[in-house]
Design a protein around this ligand. Structure first.
Ligand SMILES: NC(=O)c1ccc[n+]([C@@H]2O[C@H](COP(=O)([O-])OP(=O)(O)OC[C@H]3O[C@@H](n4cnc5c(N)ncnc54)[C@H](OP(=O)(O)O)[C@@H]3O)[C@@H](O)[C@H]2O)c1
Length: 385
């Protein structure tokens, strides 16, 4: 029985982790869970999974369901309550919160020497060097959950340090890769949230539409597989069947394929090197008949180019990129800036913040706060026309 501490239980990934746990109650249990604001779902999850510890960040939301919560559970609320869900009884900490908050969670889990199943990508993008160095020193495995990185990990036979010639990340291209560049100014929030192949949380769905997500994934792959930027390629693959590939010196390429479902990489992060039924159907190849691959039309996706530039610059620039993107996406979702402006605000933060060495959490946290402040102050009280 593997005991899971689940951070971000009410999100798209968190709910799918709980689906996996429900499918295999003989193999997994939830020892603690943490969420942000969704009190109703949090309450339902606590009643269903009966963790020893449960945390909800939003105090007002917590108070609204407090009376209805079961006894025998230790509750925490407040901004850092999520950290209380990293309990010593856990066998693995599943980090599926969204955004920079993930970094704090990952560093805490490393401090407690807990293996980490990592869905949160912003933690590695912002603080990859720090995270990987501390994980290595503490002997803590970081198990990739993001489908592309799980695919690469599988192609490398679950050994992240195995070398290959190239990592080839696939990108669905989101809803707009075929849209003429002149029409990008007409993109609405509703259209950007309608992803063609994946059903995900709002932030990552917008990141997929701008291809910032693929830029963040290049950073993630760089840290997880110790791969320099030149060894990481991206191809558009609109069917989202091939989740990524590794090429080797003899010209061979190994790929991982399945219907798009996060429950495969989520479950594998908990069972590897073993595989068990996931409820996902086997691929029907004749029915698929064709898979397509295209180069990334980079001229339409400045967020993608900026991510590579930030990674190349190194230091705190990837952290600036990730935090500025997070703030700009938040403004886009609040309909305060246009889709095309997201990259402008990232570029502004990258230009304004001087580069330094990210050797501790405080520097990264301060950098992220500064990047967020730059974006928010440049947006001001603007509303999207
Ligand atoms: N969704 C996918 O298919 C997918 C695939 C690959 C990677 N990822 C990565 O996985 C991460 C999560 O993505 P998602 O799509 O699941 O996001 P999401 O649906 O927005 O869920 C985010 C989760 O974080 C929780 N949260 C927010 N603030 C919190 C706080 N202060 N304390 C504790 N919990 C807090 C949210 O709680 P409330 O909802 O209660 O506020 C929610 O449970 C992201 O980094 C994303 O890039 C996602």
């Amino acid at each position: 029985m593997k005991k899971i501490a689940l951070l971000g239980s009410t999100g798209s990934i968190g709910v799918q982790v709980l689906n996996v746990v429900s499918r295999h109650p003989d193999l997994f249990s939830i020892v603690s869970l943490a969420a942000g604001n969704n009190a109703r779902l949090f309450s339902h999850q606590v009643k269903t999974f009966r963790p020893a510890v449960a945390a909800l960040a939003n105090e007002e939301a917590f108070l609204s369901v407090k009376e209805d919560l079961p006894t025998g559970v230790e509750y925490f609320t407040g901004e850092d309550a999520v950290l209380s869900a990293i309990v010593k009884e856990a066998d693995v900490v599943f980090v599926s919160v969204v955004g920079f908050l993930g970094l704090k969670c990952v560093l805490k889990a490393i401090e407690y020497k807990k293996p980490i199943a990592l869905a949160n990508k912003e933690s590695l993008c912002a603080g990859g060097e720090l995270v990987m160095a501390r994980a290595k020193a503490a002997g803590v495995p970081i198990i990739p959950v993001d489908s592309e990185h799980s695919a690469i990990w599988q192609c490398l036979a679950f050994d992240s340090q195995k070398t290959c010639e190239k990592i080839v990340l696939t990108a669905s291209g989101g809803p707009f890769w075929k849209l003429p560049k002149e029409e990008f100014s007409t993109i609405t929030k509703a259209r950007a949230l309608a992803h063609p192949t994946w059903n995900m949380g709002a932030k990552i769905t917008i990141d997929s539409a701008t291809l910032a997500n693929k830029g963040l994934e290049i950073m993630e792959a760089h840290h997880l597989f110790s791969a320099p930027l030149e060894k990481i390629d991206v191809v558009l693959h609109p069917e989202s069947i091939v989740h990524s590939m590794a090429t080797f010196s003899d010209g061979a390429m190994i790929a991982e394929l399945s219907y798009p479902s996060m429950e495969i990489p989520i479950q594998l992060a908990l069972t590897y090197p073993h595989r068990i039924p996931s409820g996902v159907a086997q691929l029907d190849l004749p029915k698929l008949s064709a898979l397509h691959f295209h180069p990334v039309p980079e001229e339409k996706f400045p967020c993608f180019t900026l991510a590579k530039q930030a990674l190349k610059a190194g230091g705190v620039m990837p952290c600036v990129y990730s935090a500025a993107n997070e703030a700009a996406v938040e403004a886009f979702l609040a309909e305060r800036i246009a889709f095309c402006e997201i990259s402008d605000y990232i570029a502004l933060a990258l230009e304004k913040i001087p580069n330094t060495t990210p050797n501790d959490y405080d520097i990264l946290s301060q950098t992220a706060l500064t990047a967020t402040a730059i974006v928010r102050s440049a947006i001001g009280d603007k509303l999207c026309p």
